[in-house]
Design a protein around this ligand. Structure first.
Ligand SMILES: Cc1cc2nc3c(=O)[nH]c(=O)nc-3n(C[C@H](O)[C@H](O)[C@H](O)COP(=O)(O)OP(=O)(O)OC[C@H]3O[C@@H](n4cnc5c(N)ncnc54)[C@H](O)[C@@H]3O)c2cc1C
Length: 494
């Protein structure tokens, strides 16, 4: 039996692990952290559970091809409860609240009530959301691989996607921020900027809206940690091993052929290595000579990394009357990395059992934006901890003013910066997805380099904009290449 080493037990590594084991490879995953999941993670502080990764899962709906993959790798099973929160989020502005409903008719009606002057754009948007609900991420087999069961998208599904395809370039050629300016009403503009980030091209926004409208994009109960835990369990049940606290220093390559990895100076032999650490970081650091193939150069030059600063709060108050996800404009200015935040987003986990002690609430906030250099400078000049504290205190001040029931009730706070993500994930600038900007193509990168044999890549960076579906799909694809190269039948089904 051929021996395979996988670098990293994030979602790409765990996916690759399950498929490699099912296809008959002797598989070991080496993970530098002490738990599985990578960026798909949560952590506990003083009885509060903070969801740090998964906010919605594309493919949670059984009507999608991706759902089959999630079930094959154990991410979802028959016992997993999926929460499809509706409205998905709310935005408050000058005393008005706008809701993002999953139901397109309800959404259209609600938007028209808020802004009759935007009738034409609202009708067009809702019509397009409906068209994009027919688009699903395809899960297919690579050319020439032997498979136990072929994965092919039915022709009827392909035809139903055609109307959306004709609208692609319209959305691809403007940012979500620019698209929002087609609407006259400021609250609708703000909402459309928040849906998927205003820097991304508007495809991200329309896809996100369509994902919710199609009944997909749910939150599996237990979130990131439970999902990664189920996948790690599947690996164990298939006879594989995940070795935690083991950082791979180098992939060992002899005469252009990978033959194992180096961990703490020890050489561990393998017939093939699947690297799932962020490819952008891996091509420069995991090999004695950086990989300089054209695709790797393109990745270095073109990637616009998505990163964030993350605030978590444990509040000794029941906030179940607040929406699950809420954006609002703070009355007092708040800054992160010297940049004033135009709005604040709050995720409220009161609806989920086990996230906080009885009568208390776990809350999180994602502050999007590349503040890597700012936090790096803070680390260098010794102000890192005090700046994190300042940010948390001004955030808490805003929360207490807006919701007086939280005043003096903050039991715990935590701030994760891009340096935290970098330390745990080893990813480029601590990023975990890529921005696809105005006019950018959805680039996909190869699963294997040309200059080294027996090495395969997987992970979010290989298929923009990334995220959990890209991590899983590229993990599956890496194993298909491995199967093709070793004349092995790829076995995917449960
Ligand atoms: C705040 C936040 C919210 C998000 N929300 C969503 C969402 O709602 N939906 C969605 O789809 N996606 C979301 N994402 C993105 C998603 O979590 C990531 O894109 C995805 O988890 C990436 O998976 P991966 O396996 O490619 O990479 P990673 O998760 O980075 O996994 C790589 C693994 O390799 C390990 N590793 C690195 N170097 C080494 C080494 N040298 N040796 C051994 N191990 C190593 C790391 O510890 C890590 O476990 C979110 C991410 C964040 C941070």
């Amino acid at each position: 039996m051929k021996k395979v080493i996988i670098v990293g037990a994030g979602i790409a590594g765990l996916t690759a692990g399950v498929y490699a084991l099912q296809s008959g490879f002797d598989t070991t995953i080496y993970e530098s952290h002490t738990i599985p999941g990578g960026a798909c993670t949560s952590w506990r502080r003083k009885g509060y559970l903070f969801e740090g990764g998964l906010h919605w899962l594309t493919g949670s709906s059984p009507n999608t091809p991706l759902n089959k993959l999630w079930r094959e790798v154990g991410a979802l099973d028959d016992d997993t409860v999926i929460h499809n929160r509706d409205p998905f989020f709310a935005l408050e502005y000058k005393g008005h609240t706008v809701y993002l409903y999953r139901d397109i008719d309800k959404l259209r009606q609600h938007f028209l009530e808020i802004s009759p002057e935007d009738k034409t754009e609202i009708i067009r948007l809702c019509r397009d959301i409906n068209k994009f609900t027919k688009i699903s991420m395809p899960i297919s087999d690579i050319k020439g691989v032997k498979v136990k069961e072929r994965a092919a998208m039915p022709l009827s599904m392909l035809f139903s996607m055609l109307p959306a395809l004709t609208r692609m370039s319209f959305y691809a050629n403007q940012t979500a921020g620019e698209f929002s300016m087609r609407f006259k009403n400021p609250i609708l503009r703000l909402l459309l900027q928040q849906v998927a980030g205003s820097e991304n091209n508007a495809i991200a926004a329309i896809f996100t809206l369509a994902t919710f409208a199609s009944g997909d994009g749910g939150y599996p109960e237990g979130g990131s940690l439970d999902m990664a835990g189920r996948m790690a369990k599947r690996i164990e049940n298939l006879g594989g091993t995940v070795q935690y606290g083991k950082k791979v220093d180098k992939v060992s390559v002899l005469n252009g052929i990978a033959n194992g990895v180096i961990i703490d100076g020890e050489y561990i032999e393998a017939d093939a290595v699947i690297v799932t650490r962020d490819t952008l970081a891996a091509v420069d650091t995991l090999f004695d000579d950086p990989i300089r193939e054209p695709w790797a150069q393109k990745m270095r030059e073109k990637t616009k990394p998505m990163l964030n600063t993350f605030i978590c709060l444990g509040v000794k108050a029941d906030l179940s009357d607040l929406p699950g996800s809420l954006y609002f404009i703070p009355e007092e200015p708040i800054f992160c990395g010297g940049v004033q935040l135009p709005s604040i987003g709050l995720n409220n986990y009161t609806g989920y059992a086990g996230y906080a002690p009885e009568g208390c609430t776990a809350m999180t906030s994602i502050i999007a934006g590349d503040r890597y250099n700012y936090w790096k400078a803070c680390k260098a000049n010794g102000t890192y901890e005090s700046e994190k504290q300042k940010l948390a205190e001004s955030f808490i001040g805003i929360l207490e003013k807006k919701y007086p029931q939280t005043a003096g009730k903050i039991a715990v706070w935590d701030v994760a910066t891009p340096l935290t993500y970098e330390r745990y994930l080893g990813s480029y600038k601590g990023s975990w997805m890529s921005i696809i900007g105005k006019g950018d193509k959805m680039t996909t990168y190869p699963s294997k380099p040309e200059s080294i044999q027996n090495v395969y890549f997987a992970g979010q960076r290989l298929s923009g904009p990334g995220g959990l579906p890209a991590a899983a799909e590229t993990g599956r694809k890496a194993v298909q290449y491995l199967c093709r190269d070793t004349n092995t039948v790829f076995q995917g089904n449960i």
